[in-house]
Ligand binder design. Structure first.
Ligand SMILES: Nc1ncnc2c1ncn2[C@@H]1O[C@H](COP(=O)(O)OP(=O)(O)O)[C@@H](O)[C@H]1O
Ligand SMILES: [Mg+2]
Length: 270
């Protein structure tokens, strides 16, 4: 396992949340897309300031669940609340600063990296120009992106675009950050840096983080609790250490898949 140590918090940008962290509750959430049921009876209580990691195979419904948590998808049944307020009510997201870091970045392609990051604080007049520049540059420095400041997203690698989208979320100083696979496409060192940033934001600024990730190191190191999602259902929610001790066959298969060429999975593909 990569060893993560958050030893020097002065290295992390001073992005203190302006408000307190918020809790998030998912109740009886069910989602159908036409004939296909994607989420079945999801119930979760995420505590203010918690780092909650959702693991699960591709196609199990993780991204769809994240989108419901920030009101980008509407449930077929059930609901999501942030601090007790329904997320589908536009007033909720005017009151609570919440942001989703999309898997593919979702940057503005016609804007430089600097302008992508400065857009939100400038439009919301949160700080003066000089302070915004300082915060943007500091965040880029932490994510080793100083050289990218004047570039356009199309001039960056996939991993750099990913880091820029994380930087843009951090500059917004949110109370709730949802990350969709924040370490995929990153090398192990940069993946560890992202994990350290998520962990130290929790310690420093009481930001609530919900992280969808296949990254076992990230999940087991920084999560307060981990959920395993299988086929649109939450199979188990527990602490990382209990997850690692679990004897549940679906948990052990997911955490430690064995490569076995005699396995029927392989034969089925011939
Ligand atoms: N907007 C949509 N319309 C129809 N089906 C969708 C839509 N978004 C996701 N799905 C389907 O929902 C299932 C779960 O997708 P997703 O949440 O993206 O999985 P993952 O766990 O890999 O993030 C997939 O079968 C996907 O095809
Ligand atoms: Mg996904």
């Amino acid at each position: 396992m990569t060893c993560l140590t958050v030893t020097d918090e002065s290295q992390i940008p001073s992005l203190s949340a302006s408000e307190e962290a918020v809790g998030l509750a998912v109740k009886g959430l069910h989602k159908d897309f036409g004939e296909q049921t994607v989420l079945t009876d999801i119930n979760l209580e995420i505590e203010p300031g918690e780092v909650f990691v959702i693991m699960g195979p591709s196609g199990s419904g993780k991204s769809v669940l994240l989108k419901h948590m920030i009101g980008l998808e509407y449930p077929t049944r059930g609901n999501v609340t942030i601090d007790g307020k329904p997320v589908t009510d536009p007033a909720t997201l005017l009151e609570v600063k919440a942001t989703l870091v999309f898997q593919a970045g979702a940057l503005f392609n016609s804007m430089t990296v600097f302008d992508n990051l400065a857009l939100y604080p400038t439009e919301h007049r949160i700080y003066d120009k000089k302070t915004i520049r300082e915060k943007v540059m500091e965040t880029l420095r932490i994510l080793s992106l100083e050289d990218a400041v004047g570039k356009f997203p199309s001039e960056l690698s996939g991993g750099m675009r990913k880091r820029v989208s994380i930087a843009r979320a951090l500059v917004m100083e949110p109370q709730l950050i949802l990350y969709d696979e924040p370490t995929s496409e990153l090398d192990p060192i940069m993946a560890a840096t992202i994990s350290e940033i998520i962990a130290s934001l929790r310690n420093q600024a009481h930001i609530t983080s919900v992280v969808v990730s296949h990254d076992r190191d990230l999940s087991m190191t920084i999560a307060d609790r981990v959920a395993l999602m299988l086929d649109g259902k939450i199979h188990l929610v527990d602490t990382p250490s209990n997850f690692q001790k679990s004897t549940d066959p679906q948990v052990t298969e997911f955490l430690n898949p064995k490569i076995d060429l005699a396995n029927p999975r392989y034969k089925a593909m011939k």
